[in-house]
Design a protein around this ligand. Structure first.
Ligand code: GLN
Length: 480
């Protein structure tokens, strides 16, 4: 059996029809990871014991002829910012090295309850801060499509694991683009649900008003299937919404005839690579051929999105990361002689340079003299960005844009220039700031064979339309 092409549906079928057992499948995947991941480094920790115990439970159900849960035996990886009970969880940071969480993240718990086999934890930028996975304290991830290039970030390990066929699907997190941007760079599907759609309970906080958990998969249908399982109200997260969860796998089959799709001119300006533009424009033409109405729109506050994001995200991060003091979790500096010195040394030795830069920026933006000038101002601009989207969604059902201005760049290419790195998220940060759902779906390749992603954004809680449009792009690409 070729594991690399397995989807959720084909895994489920192979196990139900007894062509493979869940245990054989899990063992095959672990073997593949062990022989191939040295070149990619998508994984930080494997949870073999837990995975094989779950696989055995599924095989017992098959043996008894009992009904199988929707993800029976599907091997899934989890970005290392989500807590897994008793399994090392680092957030890509030295400060959490050796941390064994006392409970599971709700999304992980729901996957496992649906029969998924949790393979382990995927590599990521430290505390999900980054766009290339080069900020991981455990070393970078290489893009499986070209190992001299980055996989994107911060969910680089999650995207690379799916692209390399080392997992059928993974979970990632998106605060400014960290699911969609690596999905685009690695040629997989990455879905950021509406803010509040998926519980954040057990997600290590970066910027609480921007953090989202979502799936990375090989197909849009798989993204729909996973969202249906992890979505929905969770009493453990007061920001999780009690909005009914539809059957997303049904929704993607609707025809896009008559849908109004907005194309914002601000997302096609300077800095957009010519090959990316051509592929996205060709995909938009295909949507029109399939009967969608293409509507030129404007989101006028777009130029302010990246600076607004970097004020709000760093402010929230500076507060969230105050808890790492060497007392409660993970790493503690061994050398300190006083309490204050222990705090200082632990944070100095435990955090990497990008995390320190963000804590300093965020602390500055929140400090008494500057709060009004930076943090409050950024919150006001966030409202203006939200109004841009409200106005656009009066006229259109969905918005399409490129996911990123360029295809995957080389390792090391932007590490000395944080501002250039921050611009990799120019098309994705607004979705997080406004809280609307967004997906990246492959829509073509550069001449060098690098994947190109198209982004679809939708109305709050309307992931159905986002998935439906992405599915239309995916099917026209596979017909081409
Ligand atoms: N690249 C962005 C950042 O570094 C987004 C990260 C994310 O979405 N987690 O903040």
């Amino acid at each position: 059996m070729d594991f690399s092409n397995l989807t959720i549906a084909s895994t489920r079928a192979a196990i139900a029809e007894k062509r493979i057992t869940a245990t054989e499948l899990a063992e095959t995947v672990f073997k593949k990871i062990k022989s191939e991941d040295s070149a990619i480094h998508a994984w930080l920790t494997l949870s073999e014991e837990r995975a094989l115990a779950q696989a055995q439970r599924i095989d017992d159900l098959v043996a008894k002829g009992d009904p199988l849960p929707p993800l029976a035996g599907v091997p899934i990886g989890i970005k290392d910012v989500m807590l897994t009970k008793g399994i090392r969880t680092t957030a890509g940071s030295k400060i959490l090295d050796g941390f064994l969480p006392p409970y599971d993240c709700t999304a992980v718990e729901r996957l496992e309850a649906a029969g998924a086999v949790i393979l382990g934890k995927t590599n990521c930028d430290e505390f999900a801060m980054g766009s290339s996975n080069e900020n991981s304290a455990y070393g970078p991830v290489h893009n499986p499509r070209d190992t001299t290039r980055v996989p994107g970030g911060s969910s680089g390990g999650s995207a690379a694991a799916v692209a390399a066929g080392m997992a059928v699907a993974t979970l990632g997190s998106d605060t400014g683009g960290s699911i969609r941007q690596p999905a685009s760079f690695c040629g997989v599907v990455g879905l950021m649900p509406t803010y509040g759609r998926v519980s954040r309970y057990g997600l290590i906080a970066f910027a609480s008003s921007l953090d989202h958990i979502g799936p990375l998969t090989k197909t849009v249908r798989d993204a729909a299937a996973l969202l249906g399982i992890i979505a929905g109200r969770d009493p453990m997260d007061s920001t999780s919404a009690g909005v009914p969860v539809p059957d997303y796998e049904q929704e993607i089959n609707r025809r896009i005839q008559g849908l109004k799709i907005g194309v914002p001119k601000e997302y096609f300006g300077d800095g957009l690579d010519a090959e990316v533009r051509a592929a996205v424009e060709a995909a938009i033409d295909q949507l029109q051929t399939q009967g969608a109405e293409i509507v030129p729109i404007s989101l006028p506050h777009t130029p302010y999105a990246v600076p607004t994001y970097y004020v709000i995200a760093t402010a929230e991060a500076s507060a969230n990361l105050a808890r790492y003091d060497g007392v409660r979790y993970g790493y503690r500096s061994p050398q300190a002689r006083t309490l204050a010195e222990m705090y200082r040394r632990t944070r100095d030795e435990g955090f990497g340079p990008e995390v320190k830069r963000r804590i300093m920026l965020g602390t500055y933006a929140l400090s008494a003299g500057y709060y009004d000038a930076y943090y409050l101002k950024a919150q006001k601009v966030r409202t203006l960005l939200a109004r841009d989207f409200e106005a656009a969604f009066q006229r259109v059902n969905a918005i399409v844009t490129p996911t990123t201005p360029t295809a995957a760049f080389k390792l090391g290419e932007k590490t000395d220039d944080p501002l250039a790195m921050y611009l990799a998220d120019i098309y994705t940060v607004t979705g997080d700031l406004v809280g609307v759902p967004g997906i990246s779906v492959p829509c073509g390749k550069t001449r060098a064979g690098l994947p190109i992603g198209l982004q679809v954004l939708g109305r709050h809680f309307d992931e159905g339309t986002v998935l439906q449009v992405a599915h239309a792009v995916e099917s026209s690409l596979s017909r081409a």
